[in-house]
Design a protein around this ligand. Sequence first.
Ligand code: FE2
Length: 305
Amino acid sequence: MPTTTSAAGLTTGHAPFVESARNRGELYISQPYDEYSKENHESWQRLFARMQPRWERYANPYFLHGLDALDLPHDRVPRLADVNRRLQPLTGFCARPVSGYVPGFLFFDCLKRREFPTTITIRPPDRLDYLPEPDIFHDVAGHVPMHTEKWFADTLVRFGECAHTAAEMTAGIADYRERVAKLTSLMRAMSRFFWFTVEFGLMRGHGPGGICAYGSGLLSSWGELAHAIDSDQVQRYPLQLEWVVNQVAEIDHYQPILFLVDSFDHLFSLVDEFERWMRQGRLFNVAPGLPDIAETDLRSFLDAA
Ligand SMILES: [Fe+2]
């Protein structure tokens, strides 16, 4: 039965259920499915319908297989329980509903446990094109189909393990300022690496010009997905770790530079290399600049050690 708050629905920026959970300090929540309004379901339907032809043209084949395997509904917001029933037998991953931003270490630690923190709200109908914060369309239609692929799922787990390595490696530094500076550099490097792969990664082998998308920021954006692959305004280069960890990542416009991997086992091997570089102390002084490292994220890593 709909509850008294259902009229507001679960709209990004206006979701009483989520706001109350946040006010109570609850990060992990349920998905109160009856709270979704008619308008929320219509937003999903519109987003899904216009993405379909673009996915078929630009998405990597594993994403398309993932969409089929999950059988995501076209006409309504998916129930995470239904998504997980299909996803977990494939790679052990599940989508876990959260009330909002998950501090860095906790986010990566969830990945290590094969849990993907998932936003349950959906963008308002007048902002279908762009929303700076994630919503359920970005998280479930953009990310989750990739979690059906073994190497990609294992890569996410390795990112989670790298967060533990970063926390452990800096825990023994006696000088607090030095510890924070080195940890901040490791977090910035990891955040850039994650951004240019899991969020905005391109892959060789399929799609127009032999390039397709696997990054979820691209796969959930009608405009940027085509732009990333077709536009001559985008520089596309083979992923080199030394470049990516030093490359500024800006979030408020289409990406002018994107990086290509050959395959998901190639991506997996790059995360191994990244961790090796961390352990060798090669990432303690990456180039300054975006992304900024928020105090809550830094605290989460300090507290983890
Ligand atoms: Fe994302």
